[in-house]
Design a protein around this ligand. Structure first.
Ligand SMILES: NC(=O)c1ccc[n+]([C@@H]2O[C@H](COP(=O)([O-])OP(=O)(O)OC[C@H]3O[C@@H](n4cnc5c(N)ncnc54)[C@H](OP(=O)(O)O)[C@@H]3O)[C@@H](O)[C@H]2O)c1
Length: 313
């Protein structure tokens, strides 16, 4: 059985994350795209051999052959698009962060549950081979007691006139672009933090949103994880895990590219990188076909936004 998908938004993640990934999957077809601008939508559709483009989400959702949408629009658009898609009975893969505040996530979850929608939170990095290695090593207890971990990720989307910086389409900049991925990785590895402390600065562009955030997660006084999310320092993309006996260092472990490397106690680990977006869409469409939960759910979306919001308190 084939799954028909619509992409909402024509930006970076739609074009460079999802389109190439979906082209590699036999039974998944992109049947339409949503753009605010009819010409841009048509051009995007033509460039990627997508049959239909719409400027009105209601018309797009009216398509009875449509099974699911992938939401690739700014954070503040997610709630409205999720709720409309739920009401139309379409399954949803929603880009991170789930929304801009906790109450918005709760309203989305009510509709997801009411309409029995399969909802995937698009934490694509859970499908990156390097982070998967770390997850497996922690899950099979071969690391011993992990006491300390840290991650740093700096985005290159550092346009001070972009929607992340201006504050009307997102409540966060660095935390939305990168911090949310690192929170997700540590929640995935270690569960829920029991304490969250953060400090935030916006020294370069004086943005209303965070240009650089440093976040400390405490897990029951047994483990500390530090996160550095940035929109203003040069490219950095690294994770480090320290236990009572082991050290794992991962380079380039987050993102679209598949060039990560993992060193376990100094030895390079042989991993086979895959496109995380490919893995994520396969997982999501399997969840639809098998009526099961995707790897990352609306609860992951909600808990993550709860932590993001605390980073601003
Ligand atoms: N998983 C990841 O690694 C990852 C990476 C980057 C981004 N993201 C997430 O994906 C979503 C989209 O991010 P992106 O980097 O693709 O952003 P982007 O390049 O700015 O694209 C967003 C698209 O949304 C549409 N849109 C609708 N209303 C808009 C508005 N008021 N302002 C700007 N664009 C609007 C636009 O398409 P039209 O102009 O055609 O309407 C635009 O091209 C965000 O939630 C972001 O956090 C995830």
């Amino acid at each position: 059985m084939s799954i028909n998908i619509s992409i909402l938004g024509t930006g970076r993640i739609a074009e460079f994350g999802y389109i190439p990934a979906i082209k590699q999957i036999d039974d998944v077809k992109i049947v339409s795209v949503l753009s605010r601008d009819a010409d841009r939508g048509r051009e995007f559709a033509n460039n990627h051999s997508i049959p239909n483009s719409y400027t009105d989400i209601n018309e797009l959702l009216n398509d009875e052959e449509l099974d699911a949408v992938i939401i690739c629009t700014p954070d503040a658009k997610h709630e409205e698009q999720v709720i409309k898609s739920c009401k139309a009975g379409k399954h949803i893969l929603c880009e991170k962060p789930m929304s801009t505040d906790v109450n918005s996530c709760i309203r989305m979850i009510e509709e997801i549950k009411k309409n029995k929608i399969i909802f995937g939170m698009a934490y694509n990095n859970r499908f990156n081979a390097g982070l998967r290695y770390i997850k497996d090593t922690i899950s099979n207890n071969s690391l011993g007691d992990v006491y300390y971990a840290r991650a740093i990720l700096s985005t290159q989307q550092n346009d001070p006139k972009g929607w992340r910086a201006l504050g009307d389409q997102s409540n966060f900049w660095a935390m939305s672009a990168t911090g949310t991925h690192m929170i997700d990785a540590f929640r995935w590895f270690f569960g829920e933090p029991t304490e969250v402390k953060a400090t935030t600065i916006s020294p370069k562009f004086k943005s209303i949103n965070d240009e650089l955030t440093s976040l400390v997660l405490n897990f029951e006084d047994n483990l500390i994880c530090e996160i550095t999310a940035s929109a203003i320092i040069p490219k950095a993309n690294r994770i480090e895990i320290y236990s009572n006996k082991d050290i794992i260092i991962g380079e380039n472990v987050f993102g679209i590219k598949t060039d990560e490397s993992i060193f376990h106690n100094g030895d390079r680990v042989m991993i086979k990188p895959i496109s995380s977006f490919f893995g994520e869409v396969v997982d999501f469409t399997n969840a639809i076909l098998k009526k099961q939960s995707p790897r990352s759910t609306f609860l992951d979306g909600l808990r993550n936004v709860e932590i993001m919001v605390k980073s601003r308190d």
